[in-house]
Design a protein around this ligand. Structure first.
Ligand SMILES: NC(=O)c1ccc[n+]([C@@H]2O[C@H](COP(=O)([O-])OP(=O)(O)OC[C@H]3O[C@@H](n4cnc5c(N)ncnc54)[C@H](OP(=O)(O)O)[C@@H]3O)[C@@H](O)[C@H]2O)c1
Length: 164
């Protein structure tokens, strides 16, 4: 099972200057709950924002310029290699960004966990527009607050017989 996990503003922004451009108490709760005990693939800039491998998870860092290898983290040079070492056939593997990694993962993703954050923000990093019709929405939970957000889960629709 390969899953994308991301928080997106109304204008599809995910980052600005190496940071997530909003701070909403509780908004990242689902990230921790879902990814704990599983494998998380991320690019070098996303890893740099966190600063270290995620506790209680296996981190697969994609980079050709920086390396961090220890018992909880392995560095690979491409998204395809990240998939090979993550073994999504036997684990739930979460793709946690940034933009290039999401783009590479979208054709393979079985599930999308998207937090839609109800603001427009300035930024320099954006989630790729994707074919929503290829996915079925299976969950939507709304949260009120100064900046409302909603947790939405999509699952890939089976290919039609014509496409198979
Ligand atoms: N809102 C969210 O849910 C969310 C999630 C994640 C990140 N973010 C934000 O997004 C921004 C970071 O994302 P980003 O797109 O700028 O950077 P990124 O994907 O985290 O890192 C980019 C680097 O990762 C490596 N990389 C990425 N794709 C690769 C590929 N297909 N093959 C080989 N290497 C690859 C390269 O490292 P080397 O140059 O070292 O080779 C590349 O320079 C930050 O602002 C962060 O806060 C937001």
């Amino acid at each position: 099972m390969l899953s994308i996990i991301v928080a997106i503003s109304k204008n599809y922004c995910i980052g600005n200057g190496g940071r997530i451009p909003w701070k909403i108490p509780g908004e990242q709760k689902r990230f921790k709950e879902l990814t704990t005990g599983n494998t998380v693939i991320m690019g070098r800039r996303t890893f740099a924002e966190i600063g270290h491998p995620l506790p209680n998870r296996k981190t697969v860092l994609v980079s050709n310029t920086y390396t961090w290898n220890d018992e909880n983290c392995v560095t690979v040079g491409s998204f395809e290699e990240a998939l090979r070492v993550s073994d999504p056939l036997h684990n739930e593997v979460y793709v946690a960004g940034g933009a290039g990694i999401y783009r590479a993962a979208l054709p393979y993703a079985d599930r999308l966990y998207i937090t839609f954050v109800d603001i427009e923000v300035d930024g320099d990093t954006f989630f790729p527009r994707f074919d929503k019709y290829g996915f079925e929405q299976v969950e939507c939970t709304c949260f009120d607050g100064e900046i409302p957000y909603r947790y939405v889960t999509y699952e890939r629709r089976p290919a039609s017989p014509d496409e198979a």
